[in-house]
Every structure is written in structure tokens, then in C-alpha cells.
Design a protein around this ligand. Structure first.
Ligand code: F6P
Length: 526
């Protein structure tokens, strides 16, 4: 049985225990008192995981809350659900698909034919994964060596944009010089026009990235790019266009013969590790990309094999449940104190909110409790000069997840110490607060945060950090009993946009609601 246990989390004894614990003491837990009472708190609530050190001690938990959360995980069948994913079972039940992005970072089968960490059932897929990976990385190396190609334009949206874009920026230090990477996602033609204005067809490689090869934004941008290429006298589409897709037939029909495939068991927001990672592979090279995969694989192994109480994705996912369902916190702020990680919040928004922003369980039954929090954030220290006011003194409590990197990749004196001092100070200030009479200068404190620390920002540590986030989203989704791997909520708007697009051409507002009709007329009336 692949679906999570049929008992819903709110019907478990652990849920009742957590509710009672919250009412009795959990809601008034004071971090300052907790540290004063337990000198071991930091040690007990922090841990190492591959490439990531995590301090959870400034969260509103204690040993008994953590024990109850772990009971909840057991009672909800978390381990069985995790093992079902790793066994290649079709846990994406509404699309009847397996969920195997982890396989993309699994080491190749050994000469003896046994794949490390892959079951017999998924071993054939693993061979295919490695064949495709080898072809994709060989192509990346070929592009890197091709001095004629100086600009690479990735055209894709959602998972076909956010992952590679975030990672290319994050790994700027590892990027091959002499090649510029551009990312075009929006159907707003200003974006594509702005990029095209900088290009010459003979120096440009367009990567059309779309799992389905049907997404309107991507198809519109791809078509305009192809028209531009031809109008500018561009020749040899095979050299200047490549497609990254599960729908190779549609790419061929579009006129692209250079294609790199992947499979329906890779969700769009989990596809960085597939052919969708090609822009990153071009930027950091085949070995860099393999290092990214190895870092992610190390986190996969941690998630699969570590007892739940020392399993970082499990601890983070359970904390998310505690905050969302018992404290009622509605959002989580992500604060990477690293300019290179500036697109991490956008990437994590899709990961968390498209995966777990669901109101029904795996069987389509409405849930009587809340699911995904709103995820938002900006890099530090920028956020401090914008919205941190609200985090410190606003009426809502927002758990913050800090991400910091020990070693800088630059040698400018003073900067990195200031950056690290600020991230430590913000976490400290949120917790400690400052008693100052209760007025404008008063900081209530006791505001929770998690601190993730990387030694260095490298392909391997980035891979591990991202896999950590994927698995923590899996954990909360499994507890809630939802399908974290579909995204039906994006469909309605797509259908309505097609209808409205036709109406914009004709001005026909028959049958529309009053507001949409009024706005349509405002727009078409010139
Ligand atoms: O509309 C949402 C979505 O399907 C995302 O899940 C996906 O990452 C994005 O669109 C792009 O889809 P595709 O890669 O098929 O173009």
C-alpha cells in the first residue's frame, strides 16, 4: 500500500496529545526560560546532516513536544510513505505516477549490476537515468568548449526556470567565464525582448525547458525566439536550439532535433536534477553537476536511513506541522544570508506551496485542518531594512529560517564578519527581545527561528540543502495525508485565460461576471 496510512493525522492519539500539550504548556513555552532551565538545549536541538548543520534550539519545542511529534510521524505511517516513494510506488495517486526525483541523483549501477540504494524494481530506470545524464553532461561540455556560443537563453517557467536559475546564481563562483546565461520565463514580452536585444543569433543557444512542452508561456516565448532567430538570418536550428522535456515528440514537431528527455515521475518543481539542470551543467561543468547530485544523494540517504529523532528533514517537517496546526502560524520566512542564494525564497515558494497548498486529502476528502504555510523572504541583510520590523514587533509570529554560509568566496575584508554578525544577531534578537516598558521600543522576543549553516556554498552543499527542503515538504505533506506531487490548482486559471484571450480580440463579454466584463471593456476600449 503506497498511500499514507488511511488514519488522518488529526485522528491519531499523538495529535490529541499535542493538542493537550499545547493547551497545557506548549503555547506559553518561553525560549529564554527553556535555555535557562536546560544547559544542554543547544546540543539536544541541533544536529549535523550532510553538508548542513542545523540549530533548531530557538524553536518553540521541548523534549516532550518533540517526542509527541515523533509519535505523530509513526502513527501517520511516515516511514512507510517515505519507503514507498523510495521503492518507486505510485504515490502521486491523482496522476497515477511514481515520484522518483531522488533516482536522478542516485549513483550509477555498479559493474555487478546492483545499484547502490536502488531496489530491483527501479534499477532499469536508473540505467536510463545515467545514460541520459551522460549524454546531457557531454552536451554541456561541448557547449562550454564551443567559443562560438557566448549566450545561453533558458526559456521555461515554474520548475523549468526557478531551479536552474536559483542554482546558477547560487554557484556563480563556479561558473565558466565567457558565457552569459539568461532566464526568460514570463509571457510578458518585455522580458524576452529585453534579452533578445542583447543577442546575435550566431552566438546564441536557446534551451526550451518544459516538462510537458505545452505550457503557454514557454511555447509563446519559444516561438518568438525561433521567429527572431530566423528573421535575424540565423541558420542551423539544431545547433542553436535544444529542448529539455518529457515530450520529445512535441519538441521535434516544433522543429527542435537536439533533445534531452526525462520522465513523468519527475515533478516539475523537483526537476533541477534532470535535463532541466542543463543550464546549470553548462555553467558549472559536468563535474560540478555531478557534485550537486552527490550532495543531494547524501541527503537522500540521511532521510532514508537516519532514525526519525535525528533525521533533519523529519524534524523540520514536524516543526512545520507543529507551527501550522497547533500554534496556527500562517507563514514561514526564509532568510538566506547569502546574496548568491537570492532566488532561494522564490524556488522554495513553489516547492512548498505548489506541493502542499492543498485542501483535500489523497482521497479527495476536505481536510479539517490547515496545510502549507505561506513561504516568503528575501536575502539578508536586505530584509532587515524592509520587513524585519514586522518580524520583531508585528502582531503575528512568523517563524524564520535563516541560512548562513561560514566561508565567503570573496576576499573583501570585513564584509563576511558583518554578514554573519547580523544573521546571528537577528536570530538572537527575535528570541531574546528587549523589555522596554511595553511601548514603541519594546521587543516581545520569544519569536522562533531555525538556523541552517553551511561550511561553504558549493555544488554539493547546495544539492544537499535543496534535497533537505524537498524532503521536509514531503514530511509535512505525508503527515497531512495530502498528495504533495500534483498541482490541480493551477488549471482553472489556464483555462479561463484561453477564453479571455479570444475575447480580448473581439471585445465579447457575454456571460462574463460583472467585474471581468468591466475590466475587459476598459482594456479593449483603447
Ligand atoms: O502550471 C504549473 C506547472 O505545471 C508547474 O508545476 C511546472 O513547474 C510549470 O507549470 C512548468 O511546466 P512545464 O515544465 O511543463 O512547462
Amino acid at each position: 500500500m503506497s498511500a499514507p496510512a488511511t488514519i488522518r493525522c488529526h485522528q491519531t492519539p499523538a495529535w490529541a496529545g499535542l493538542q493537550a500539550c499545547f493547551e497545557a504548556s506548549g503555547k506559553t513555552l518561553d525560549l529564554r526560560d527553556a535555555f535557562a532551565a536546560n544547559p544542554q538545549r543547544f546540543a539536544e536541538f541541533s544536529q549535523d546532516a550532510p553538508y548542513v548543520f542545523a540549530d533548531l534550539s530557538k524553536n518553540l519545542i521541548n523534549a516532550s513536544i518533540q517526542a509527541l511529534l515523533l509519535d505523530l510521524a509513526h502513527q501517520c505511517g511516515l516511514e512507510q510513505h517515505r519507503d514507498a516513494m523510495f521503492a518507486g510506488e505510485k504515490i502521486n495517486c491523482t496522476e497515477n505516477r511514481a515520484v522518483m526525483h531522488f533516482l536522478l541523483r542516485n549513483p550509477a549501477p555498479t559493474p555487478q549490476g546492483r545499484a547502490q540504494a536502488a531496489t530491483e524494481k527501479i534499477a532499469p530506470e536508473l540505467s536510463l537515468v545515467h545514460e541520459t545524464l551522460a549524454a546531457m553532461l557531454a552536451y554541456a561540455e561541448q557547449v562550454r568548449a564551443d567559443e562560438g556560443i557566448t549566450n545561453i537563453v533558458n526559456i521555461g517557467i515554474g520548475g523549468s526556470d526557478l531551479g536552474p536559475q536559483m542554482a546558477v546564481l547560487a554557484l556563480e563562483e563556479f561558473r565558466l567565464q565567457g558565457k552569459r546565461l539568461h532566464f526568460v520565463s514570463n509571457v510578458d514580452g518585455h522580458e524576452l525582448a529585453g534579452v533578445l536585444a542583447q543577442l546575435k543569433p550566431q552566438n546564441t543557444l536557446f534551451l526550451i525547458a518544459s516538462k510537458t512542452f505545452t505550457t503557454t508561456e514557454t511555447m509563446t516565448n519559444a516561438l518568438s525566439a525561433k521567429h527572431w532567430f530566423e528573421a535575424q538570418g540565423g541558420k542551423d536550428v539544431a545547433r542553436h536550439f535544444a529542448a529539455l522535456t518529457t515530450n520529445v515528440a512535441a519538441a521535434n514537431e516544433f522543429g527542435i532535433s537536439t533533445t534531452f528527455g526525462f520522465w513523468d515521475w519527475v515533478g516539475g518543481r523537483y526537476s533541477l536534477w534532470s535535463a532541466i539542470g542543463l543550464p546549470l551543467a553548462i555553467a558549472i561543468g559536468a563535474q560540478g553537476f555531478r557534485d550537486l547530485l552527490a550532495g543531494a544523494h547524501a541527503m537522500d540517504e540521511h532521510f532514508r536511513n537516519t532514525p526519525l529523532e535525528r533525521n533533519l528533514p523529519v524534524r523540520l517537517g514536524l516543526l512545520d506541522v507543529w507551527y501550522r496546526n497547533f500554534h496556527g502560524f500562517t507563514s514561514r520566512s526564509i532568510a538566506p544570508y547569502s546574496s548568491a542564494l537570492r532566488r532561494l525564497p522564490a524556488y522554495l515558494q513553489q516547492l512548498e506551496m505548489e506541493s502542499n497548498g492543498k485542501r483535500v486529502d489523497v482521497n479527495g476528502q476536505a481536510l479539517p485542518f490547515a496545510t502549507a504555510p505561506v513561504l516568503w523572504g528575501e536575502p539578508g541583510t536586505n530584509g532587515q531594512h524592509a520587513y524585519f520590523q514586522m518580524l520583531h514587533q508585528g502582531t503575528d509570529v512568523v517563524p524564520v529560517e535563516f541560512v548562513a554560509v561560514k566561508k565567503a568566496a570573496h576576499s573583501l575584508p570585513g564584509h563576511h564578519d558583518k554578514l554573519l554578525a547580523n544573521v546571528l544577531a537577528q536570530a538572537q534578537a527575535l528570541m531574546l527581545g528587549k523589555h522596554d516598558g511595553g511601548g514603541h521600543r519594546h521587543f516581545p522576543g520569544n519569536r522562533p527561528s531555525t538556523f541552517l549553516l553551511l561550511d561553504e556554498l558549493t555544488p554539493a552543499s547546495l544539492g544537499s540543502l535543496i534535497a533537505l527542503q524537498e524532503h521536509r515538504v514531503f514530511v509535512s505533506g505525508a503527515i497531512w495525508g495530502i498528495n504533495s506531487f500534483d498541482q490541480w490548482g493551477v488549471e482553472l486559471g489556464k483555462v479561463l485565460a484561453r477564453d479571455i484571450e479570444t475575447r480580448l480580440a473581439t471585445g465579447d463579454d457575454a456571460g462574463l461576471d460583472g467585474s471581468t466584463a468591466g475590466l475587459l471593456q476598459k482594456i479593449v476600449s483603447g
